[in-house]
Ligand binder design. Structure first.
Ligand SMILES: Cc1cc2nc3c(=O)[nH]c(=O)nc-3n(C[C@H](O)[C@H](O)[C@H](O)COP(=O)(O)OP(=O)(O)OC[C@H]3O[C@@H](n4cnc5c(N)ncnc54)[C@H](O)[C@@H]3O)c2cc1C
Length: 500
């Protein structure tokens, strides 16, 4: 089989790159190792309830914002029903030692006003925080599309500043620090390792306004799949790419585990960058680059309970996410020895069925708690379907603890929770092909330079959440950049940004 470009992985990064390249006339093949397309965006079902894994909400989908523009350009937005989240307060931040929740409004003005109401003596710190986040993002092309994308990507990257050092200069209030740090939950980096710049880039999108999608992540995937099919893209599932073939320093194709080869001159790899090292001929990368990729530190993982409440959680007029944050220490602790009950946890619900936000009879509840690879490393050799009784007991014990806390704290809104599925870092490793079960790929943190989209091997590009920025927005934008490196970056950027 021949193609112009083979895209390895069908998560949002691969789907975005595929839509752009095929629209521009390239013959594209997307190859996915799992049985279903969509990567972390796909849903799974238990007892007729559809559960999202890697998509609950996102920023950047407001009219004229980058995801709106990009998905419009990809011709997928017409089939995606974007739901702006209630301005009444979509994240509820709660602490064991604080009676009233703090409402995380998705608007700079309203969020700042709520924080001032709750922390009246902290005006200077609150103002400084929001103005610094806005200042950092004012020159980021994803947020201000008048700026050149090429200059931003190739420009000198100044040394990132520490989020903790910054917070130290603005407030000593433990609860306020925790709330301002909470976006770290959306990029999976312990606060001590978080950089102010990455924090700002992720948080800014949500502070401008947060959105979900009717039918959840699956409807985003379905919309991309229908456009890709219409554009003639060939998609193969259950096809594991085991190597990228090259000759004279340039890509010639990929080889699948089945032995089949697809010949092409360009490959976009969207899996974890550490995995590419053993997929290319041994002399392709310099030893230092190989070591850098292999030793990339990974973002944190999660424990997840997918259950059913006996009350309906109305996430569109109430809160979307109920957070229980620790009162002591950092909100996202560095140390895996942090006892489970001192880790942040959140409750959200499912948004099932296209065209409807919630199914009245199917009160799908999702509980997420911070997890570390070290929590499950003793079980790492086990595969799905063959786990030990010891692991099953461990997993269910954690699920029971999480349910107990959720029912105790939020029982009046979710009722009694029945467990339908439980995920651990091991589940994420196996289900999402995520090294060490990391929820957000390689960490975007203080002392780590994540790899560039371009590689030393001509025709090989790296995209996905580990490269530019995390989340659906970050991964989708990386797909745009990958396609841009093939088509001409700045010309594509100009074309995409006109698509308002
Ligand atoms: C529990 C959880 C909750 C989240 N919540 C949110 C949220 O609310 N909002 C948000 O914006 N983000 C959220 N995220 C993060 C978001 O889902 C991801 O950042 C994003 O979907 C990653 O997209 P991607 O394309 O980079 O990678 P992926 O979706 O992981 O796709 C990569 C694909 O490549 C495939 N692949 C890898 N190697 C190979 C190979 N050799 N051959 C063939 N295929 C291969 C994999 O199977 C996978 O399908 C969450 C993540 C998790 C885990």
């Amino acid at each position: 089989m021949n193609a112009d470009v083979v895209i390895v992985g069908s998560g949002i990064a691969g789907l975005t790159a595929g839509a752009i390249l095929s629209k521009k006339g390239k013959k594209v093949v997307i190859v996915e190792k799992k049985a279903h397309f969509g990567g972390a965006l796909r849903q799974f079902k238990r007892n007729k309830i559809s559960y999202d894994v890697g998509f609950h909400y996102t920023g950047c989908l407001g009219r004229g914002e980058i995801l709106d523009i990009l998905w419009r350009y990809c011709d997928v937005l017409k089939d995606i029903s974007v739901i702006p989240l209630s301005i009444k307060g979509y994240d509820h931040f709660e602490f064991p030692d604080r009676s009233e929740p703090v409402y995380g409004y998705f608007s700079y003005e309203q969020f700042a006003a709520e924080l001032l109401r709750q922390f009246p003596s902290e005006k200077h710190g609150i103002d400084t925080y929001f103005s610094e986040v806005q200042k950092i993002c004012s020159e980021v092309p994803f947020y201000n599309t008048e700026f050149s994308l090429t200059a931003f990507l190739r420009g000198y990257k100044s040394r990132p500043r520490s989020l903790v050092d910054f917070l130290n200069t603005i407030t000593k209030n433990v609860h306020l620090r925790a709330i301002l740090s909470t976006p770290a939950f959306l990029y999976g980096v312990p606060i001590r390792q978080a950089s102010l710049e990455v924090h700002a880039m992720v948080a800014h999108g949500y502070y401008l306004g947060a959105y979900t999608v009717a039918g959840g992540g699956q409807s985003i995937v379905d919309s991309f799949l229908s456009t890709l099919t219409r554009l003639g893209v060939e998609l193969f599932s259950e096809s594991d790419v085991i190597s990228v073939e090259a000759e004279n320093g340039a890509v010639t194709g990929v080889k699948l585990a089945s032995g089949e080869k697809i010949f092409c001159s360009q490959v976009i790899f969207t899996g974890h960058p550490a995995q590419i090292v053993d997929m290319v001929p041994g002399s392709t990368f310099r030893p230092a680059y190989k070591t850098r990729l292999r030793e990339l530190k990974n973002s944190l993982s999660l424990f997840a309970v997918f259950g059913r409440g006996d009350r309906r959680l109305d996430t569109l007029s109430g809160a979307l996410n109920y957070y229980l944050l620790p009162s002591k220490g950092e909100v996202v602790p560095e140390n895996c020895n942090t006892p489970h009950h001192l880790r942040p946890m959140m409750m959200t619900s499912t948004r099932s069925g296209k065209g409807e936000s919630l199914h009245p009879d199917r009160n799908g509840i999702i509980l997420l708690r911070l997890g570390y690879w070290q929590d499950v490393v003793q079980f790492e050799k086990s595969n799905q379907g063959q786990r030990s009784d010891e692991y099953e007991e461990y997993k269910m014990k954690i699920a029971r603890e999480m349910i107990h806390i959720a029912e105790e704290r939020w029982g009046d809104i979710c009722g009694t929770i029945e467990t339908l599925a439980v995920g651990t870092p091991l589940t994420f490793r196996d289900e999402l092909a995520a090294t060490e079960g990391c929820a957000y790929g390689a960490m975007h943190c203080l002392d780590q330079f994540n790899p560039d989209v371009r590689t030393r091997l001509s025709g090989l590009y790296l995209c996905g959440q580990s490269i530019l920025m995390t989340g659906v927005a970050g991964a989708s934008i990386s797909g745009l950049v990958g396609a841009g490196e093939i088509l001409g970056l700045e010309a594509l950027w100009e074309e995409v940004t006109k698509c308002t």
